[in-house]
Design a protein around this ligand. Structure first.
Ligand SMILES: Nc1ncnc2c1ncn2[C@@H]1O[C@H](COP(=O)(O)OP(=O)(O)O)[C@@H](O)[C@H]1O
Ligand SMILES: [Mg+2]
Length: 74
């Protein structure tokens, strides 16, 4: 049975550099199930930190949705 604790649905994120929007994430979707061991891999500049900041609630997506089930962290 699946039990998704993090659902990322078509996330987009752009950073404004002056007047120009620089895309960092273009339509990222993923589900993480309870008990999953997940590794996020990609070259420098591919958006790993941006995605983790958004999943962690430190930053906002420009477009898309994140659902997180409440979990005890400590
Ligand atoms: N605060 C920021 N302002 C402007 N551009 C950013 C910022 N953070 C990241 N970027 C740009 O977004 C893209 C993804 O960066 P990042 O998420 O840091 O990738 P990674 O962690 O995979 O190296 C890169 O093009 C980077 O230059
Ligand atoms: Mg990084």
């Amino acid at each position: 049975m699946t039990n998704p604790i993090i659902v990322v649905d078509n996330i987009h994120k752009s950073y404004l550099m002056g007047k120009e929007a620089v895309p960092a994430l273009r339509g990222v979707s993923l589900n993480i199930q309870a008990g999953d061991f997940v590794c996020l891999m990609g070259p420098s500049g591919s958006g790993k930190t941006t995605l983790l900041n958004i999943i962690g609630g430190l930053d906002k997506p420009s477009r898309g949705h994140i659902v997180q089930k409440t979990i005890n962290i400590y």
